[in-house]
Ligand binder design. Structure first.
Ligand SMILES: C[S@@+](CC[C@H](N)C(=O)[O-])C[C@H]1O[C@@H](n2cnc3c(N)ncnc32)[C@H](O)[C@@H]1O
Length: 291
């Protein structure tokens, strides 16, 4: 790797100077260099994304193919590597064949911005910050809720990761000028923003109509709950892919609601210290003007 790129990687990975980050942003997107992720970091990234045999992993900018080859070999997953460099793609396909992994590990020559990522359950990335920023709308638009995105060293500003970790990796020093590897994991969230109508059946004469409202920034939620008699206390809303979780106090009893987002429906169960068994609940999305 050229001295200039090495310095750029080092400074941005280390928290980076604003000046160099700006240079990286101004950099031609097509000049993303080939720098392999050390094997120990590859392993940790795939572990962080909890990759299993059920997963389809897509590495955008797949280099020598190590991410997908490891996902197939060690984690028994299937995967696709996409790289713009035909030589690296050729080497990766050869490696897949020689390791007997070519049924599950495939590599194609393509611009990552044109790749079909809709079938991925895990995306892996080791790309510069301007690539991360440019990829973000594609990732959010094309990936299914619950898809895990795991990145080495660079993050998407403003989208707080669901998990992050720092590793000390001495072999990074030569190529990157630092022995630190920063790992980030995001889980693509369902869309829950807006108003939802729930008729909560607590075994009283009539179900209680409640309007749940969520403001959403990526997976971060603010929630409100209202009945005709006034607001209810709703706390700690969390969203992990399609899984929604919050605490709601009704009639002085605090219930923990867990559920799944399925398009315009929410469905799950609520439990409390006093309810003898979980209470099923459902909510339907209201049109924006029909709160
Ligand atoms: C930093 S390397 C990462 C390699 C590999 N993912 C890893 O972690 O070891 C980035 C890779 O992206 C590829 N690349 C650069 N621009 C690309 C583009 N527009 N579309 C697809 N691949 C690209 C480069 O050829 C290079 O192999």
């Amino acid at each position: 790797m050229k001295q200039k790129n090495r310095l750029l990687y080092f400074l941005i990975a280390a928290g980076g100077s604003i000046v160099l980050a700006a240079q990286a942003r101004a950099q031609e997107l097509s000049k993303l260099p080939y720098v392999p992720t050390p094997q120990i970091v590859v392993d940790e990234m795939l572990k962080m994304a909890n990759v299993t045999a059920k997963d389809f992993v897509v590495d955008l900018g797949s280099g020598d193919g190590r991410m997908i080859l490891t996902a197939a070999k060690t984690f028994k997953a299937s995967g696709l590597g996409v790289d713009i460099d035909s030589k690296l793609v050729g080497l990766s396909n050869q490696a897949a064949k020689s390791q007997g992994l070519d049924e599950r590990a495939k590599f194609i020559e393509q611009d990552m911005f044109k790749a079909d990522i809709s079938k991925a359950s895990v995306i892996t990335l080791y790309v510069l910050p301007d690539f991360m920023e440019k990829l973000r709308p594609k990732l959010l638009k094309e990936l299914k809720p619950g898809t895990r995105i795991v990145a080495h060293d660079y993050y998407m500003s403003g989208w707080f990761p669901d998990r992050q970790a720092v590793l000390t990796v001495p072999e990074k020093v030569d190529a990157n000028g630092t022995d630190k590897a920063y790992l980030y994991l995001w889980i693509v969230p369902s869309i829950v923003s807006g108003h939802w109508r729930m008729d909560l059946d607590l075994g009283t004469a009539r179900p209680l109509p409640i309007v749940l409202s969520f403001n959403q920034e990526y997976q971060m939620l603010n929630a409100a709950a209202e009945t005709v008699l006034g607001a209810l206390k709703i706390e700690s809303p969390t969203l992990k892919g399609e899984e929604l979780d919050f605490f709601l106090t009704v009639g002085g009893i605090n219930y923990r609601f867990t559920g799944r987002v399925q398009g315009d429906k929410l469905e799950g169960t609520a439990v409390s210290g006093t309810a003898p068994k979980p209470i099923p609940w459902r909510a339907n999305k209201l049109a924006p003007d029909r709160k």
